[in-house]
Design a protein around this ligand. Structure first.
Ligand SMILES: [Zn+2]
Length: 431
């Protein structure tokens, strides 16, 4: 094997310490061979001078929409996975709200086959809880599991029938699959397009109240407690919802949860001029929610950071009014620089938190092997330049879609290099 790579004087990020450790790291035959101060140069090794740059494990995103099959004008598995690589993400879990929805073993298998052919990183898929995500009839869970589905979810829609959700959780428990909930009470959300509150009244846009999400979180946790299933709550946005989860965890319920970068950074006050790049579901909440979610992330209530990467075409997002445009923004390419820019650089949290919540715990929720900058680990690595900057121009982005609030904005930091299983998938020229 030829691909030996030696990183000289990299600042290594890990879950072990808030401090970055300056080390040399040798990658050989797809694995991290050694991590030590002052490794000797090996013959044939490509040397990367990494002084001042952060070397971290490849990120893993538990929540992305790649739109294949059926909606490939928005994104496909190839472009979505290339967007992931561009953002330092080396593994993803795709949601099943495609057309058709991924609700059978055959569809799971066909998505896995496309991913193996077209993606340079592992792309895993979820399977629906209910057929066509209609909330009426349960899917063949055993068949989806044996075809390779890693999680069950009707993401985008809650399972409103509690008896059906109870049965699905019983199956999820028997088949050892986490069941992920998009928590929303449709009768309360109605035609809402943003958070219900002062700003929605000012804008004259129907609102989605916080209790729409919170009631569903509380109900799903009770069903998880009753059935003993592993419930994973997706994209939590409200402080009260987070507190319900914190209490359940303290009570020993098997519940994990995620938060999206945009719900940490933005709130309803950022929606200026009816800009649809700030329209997502669940919606941006209040400034106080931002602050409390960040505190909850630091305290460990949130197990994982996940983007909910939701590509849409320019027509859908830009040429329709706020009420009609679809929910969702892309996130894979902007997540790491935005978390660095808004939180790590100002010292609000450290690299250890980012590595734990966006690399280690998402894999551990799926019972995958840990990936770390440590001897013996698979060499999924990201070299990040904290002194760099990234402008999210159309030319920069590899996603088919441009629906991000960071479009044409510049953030601090840049993903300089990405390795998956020791192969260099991205190497950005230094200027
Ligand atoms: Zn969702």
């Amino acid at each position: 094997m030829s691909n030996m790579i030696l990183f000289k004087s990299a600042s290594v990020a890990s879950t072990r310490s808030k401090e970055l450790e300056v080390c040399d790291v040798l990658v050989k035959e797809g694995r991290v061979e050694s991590v030590a101060v002052n490794l000797e140069k090996k013959d044939g090794a490509k040397v990367i001078h990494a002084e001042g740059k952060v070397l971290l494990p490849g990120l893993f995103d538990l929540h992305v929409h790649f739109r294949e099959p059926g909606q490939t004008s928005k994104e496909n598995i190839f472009t979505g996975s290339e967007a992931a690589i561009n953002g330092g993400v080396t593994g993803v879990v795709a949601m099943p709200n495609t057309a058709p929805a991924i609700d059978s073993g055959g569809l799971v298998r066909s998505v896995m086959d496309i991913a193996k052919r077209n993606a340079r990183i592992p792309v895993y898929t979820t399977g629906c809880i209910t057929k066509e995500r209609k909330g009426i009839e349960m899917t063949p869970i055993a068949g989806m599991k044996s075809a390779g589905a890693v999680m069950l979810t009707d993401d985008g829609s809650p399972v409103s029938n509690p008896q059906l959700l109870r049965r699905a959780m019983e199956y999820a428990r028997e088949f050892d699959l986490p069941l992920a909930s998009h928590c929303e009470t449709m009768e309360l959300s109605g035609q809402g397009a943003m958070n219900e509150g002062r700003v929605s009244y000012q804008m004259g846009i129907p609102g989605i109240p916080a209790i729409s999400e919170e009631i569903c979180i509380a109900r799903d946790i009770q069903i998880a407690e009753y059935t003993g299933a592993h419930l994973h709550i997706q994209h939590v946005t409200t402080a009260r919802g987070m507190e319900i989860i914190r209490r359940a965890k303290n009570d020993g319920v098997h519940v994990t949860c995620e938060v999206a970068p945009h719900h940490l950074i933005f709130n309803e006050e950022h929606i200026i001029d009816y800009d649809t790049h700030f329209k997502m579901n669940p919606p941006l909440r209040t400034r106080e929610d931002n602050e409390r979610l960040v505190a909850g992330l630091i305290e460990g209530v949130f197990d994982v950071i996940a983007t909910d990467h939701a590509p849409h075409t320019d027509f859908e997002k830009r040429q329709q009014d706020f009420a009609s445009a679809p929910f969702g923004i892309t996130g894979l390419e902007t997540a790491l620089p935005s978390l660095f820019h808004y939180f790590i650089k100002p010292g609000i949290f450290g690299w250890d938190l980012l590595v734990e919540r966006y690399a280690s715990q998402p894999r551990s929720i799926l019972k995958f092997d840990e990936v770390a900058v440590a001897e013996g680990s698979v060499a999924d690595l990201v070299l990040f330049d904290p002194a760099g900057a990234t402008t999210f121009s159309r030319e920069f982005m590899r996603s088919k879609a441009s629906n991000t609030p960071f479009l044409d904005q510049t953030l601090d930091g840049s993903v300089d290099m990405v390795l998956s299983h020791g192969d260099i998938l991205l190497e950005r020229d230094a200027d």
